[in-house]
Design a protein. Structure first.
Length: 280
């Protein structure tokens, strides 16, 4: 496979925890490595370390069950222990640069960020070619992107996170880059066509036009995702592990393919159009 001039960087970002960033990260990573791409990963949320632990569980399952579970080249990145802010930021920027330099031979780099604001998280956002922001389908989570009027639901102003994203876009423009594609993923969708769900979609579409992101449906609310974490596996690994696929598994796999189509990542269109391939 021919290498691009630089790896394509996908950042999973949201300043609210519990939105499924790490689960979505693992499924994107697994899809890419199973398509034969050379993938590097960086866990900027290394203190919480959900992505790192997911990958550790994956390696342990592969060893214990004697099955092949393809892995990325993973780098956890902890916050600096320097006590002076300026020194800490210099340290963190240097270590982020070192991680990216170590992964320059990759086709893709996937970066998982913490559910809070930090200098490291801002550095990660500034590297993005595509920013994916998973969002639980509720107005509580929509508050991460915008402040809404409590009486009318009208959009009052972008949130601090949306403003931070635009600051990183401006930073890229100053470096002569075109700016990243921002995709907000409505995650943990209910199967019920509730009024709140319709109002959420309407508000998100209005906000998308104002703040300039694209929207995509993500994963439904399924117990399988919580179960998969302990084994380190994803929906894409189950057949190779000899796990019978239920209708819920098949539906969730299709949700992933639908999301990948919306993300429109480079070189993936042919794979997606020709059907999903799980073998690396």
């Amino acid at each position: 496979m021919s290498q691009a001039k630089k790896p394509y960087v996908i950042v999973l970002g949201n300043e609210k925890g519990g939105t499924g960033k790490s689960t979505l990260s693992m499924h994107l990573i697994t899809y890419l490595v199973r398509q034969g791409y050379n993938v590097g990963t960086i866990d900027v949320d290394a203190h919480q370390g959900t992505l790192t632990r997911y990958l550790e569980n994956r390696a342990q399952t592969a060893e214990q069950q004697k099955i092949r579970l393809p892995m990325p080249d993973h780098h956890p990145l902890l916050r600096s222990q320097e006590s002076v802010r300026e020194d800490a930021e210099r340290d963190e920027e240097a270590r982020m640069t070192a991680c990216l330099t170590a992964l320059t031979d990759k086709d893709f780099i996937v970066i998982d960020t913490p559910g809070s604001d930090s200098f490291l998280s801002r550095l990660a956002h500034a590297q993005a070619d595509t920013l994916v922001t998973p969002l639980n389908d509720s107005f509580v989570d929509l508050d991460v992107l915008a402040r809404l009027c409590s009486q009318t639901g009208a959009i009052l102003r972008p949130s601090t996170y949306s403003e931070m994203v635009w600051e990183q876009k401006k930073r890229q423009a100053m470096q002569g880059r075109n700016g990243f594609d921002w995709v907000v993923v409505r995650n943990r969708l209910s199967s019920l066509n509730a009024r709140n769900k319709e109002e959420m979609l309407e508000s998100l579409e209005k906000l998308a036009a104002r703040v300039r992101f694209r929207t995509a449906p993500g994963f439904g609310e399924r117990v399988i995702f919580r179960e998969l974490f302990l084994s380190g596996m994803t929906l894409l690994d189950l057949q190779d592990a000899g796990v019978p696929l239920s209708l819920s598994h098949v539906a969730a796999r299709q949700e992933l393919i639908n999301l990948l189509k919306v993300l429109n990542l480079p070189t993936l269109a042919d794979h997606l159009d020709n059907g999903h391939k799980t073998a690396a």
